[in-house]
Design a protein around this ligand. Structure first.
Ligand SMILES: [Ca+2]
Length: 260
């Protein structure tokens, strides 16, 4: 049954929306968990499972990109979210034993903002981003700092510029920096989502010292992060060693200081 239900948009009989959807967060210095709870569309109605949808954009639709999980119970812990002060939006639909799906439209949408407690965020207003390659003008580097998850930087694809690519953020002054958050593009596509990266730091913009390396998931839409021992620097360079379909992209980049 599960395989036949790919999204809540399928035709067929409809149940009323799930009831009393609510969201809370648990807080940790780097990673946070959103706790979602809800109730069946009708008291006592036997349900087969629920489908949890979530997005960084408030105006979102049920799709594979926004589908977070299918669960047979009425709670979900959405864990591993970066503690970057971002607001997440959720809806839940239910599917009963007969395959009837509860309505998405008209259902309650809850929003919850993660805290950035423990790691002070460096104000984006002080930051300037440049990239070794950008598809101008729609996907310029500056879009990683505009606070809008709907806009993003994308390496030049017309004509295509081959990997590797790098995005450098100038903080305007030498200061301690210890973490970076990365929000992938939020338009349902994954081209350029970073899968292998290195972070390098510099005080002068010419000599860079490696800080950390790692891997992220190609189909991630939730955002992730990288941390390293606190270091004084002015320039933080995200080196994209591999990206989905051989491109590089990012919707938002955040930088964080060590705790005071
Ligand atoms: Ca953006």
């Amino acid at each position: 049954m599960h395989a036949s239900i790919t999204a809540a948009g399928q035709a067929g009989p409809r149940l009323p929306p799930v009831r009393n959807l609510r969201a809370t967060t648990t807080q940790a210095p780097v990673s946070q968990t959103v706790v979602l709870e809800w109730e069946a569309p009708e008291p006592g109605l036997a349900m087969d499972h629920y489908v949890v949808y979530g997005a960084a954009l408030s105006d979102f639709s049920p799709s594979q990109a926004t589908l977070k999980v299918r669960v047979p119970w009425t709670t979900h812990l959405h864990s591993g979210l970066p503690a970057d002060g971002r607001t997440w939006h959720y809806r839940v639909v239910g599917v009963d034993a007969a395959g009837r799906v509860s309505r998405f439209r008209g259902s309650t949408q809850v929003s919850v903002t993660t805290a950035s407690r423990g790691l002070p965020r460096i104000p984006a207003g002080n930051l300037v981003a440049t990239a070794t390659s950008a598809q101008q003008p729609d996907y310029a580097a500056e879009f990683v700092l505009d606070g809008d998850p709907a806009t993003f930087w994308h390496s030049q694809y017309d004509p295509r510029v081959p990997m590797p690519h790098a995005l450098t953020v100038d903080m305007g002054e030498v200061r301690p920096v210890t973490a970076l958050t990365y929000l992938p593009r939020q338009d349902g596509e994954h081209g350029g989502t970073v899968t292998a990266y290195a972070v390098a730091l510099s005080t002068d913009g010419s000599t860079f010292t490696p800080a950390t390396t790692g891997h992220w998931w190609a189909l991630d839409t939730e955002g992730t992060f990288a941390t390293w021992p606190a270091t004084r620097a002015r320039y933080v360079r995200l080196e994209v060693l591999a990206g989905y379909r051989g491109h590089a992209s990012a919707a938002e980049i955040g930088l964080f200081e060590p705790p005071a």
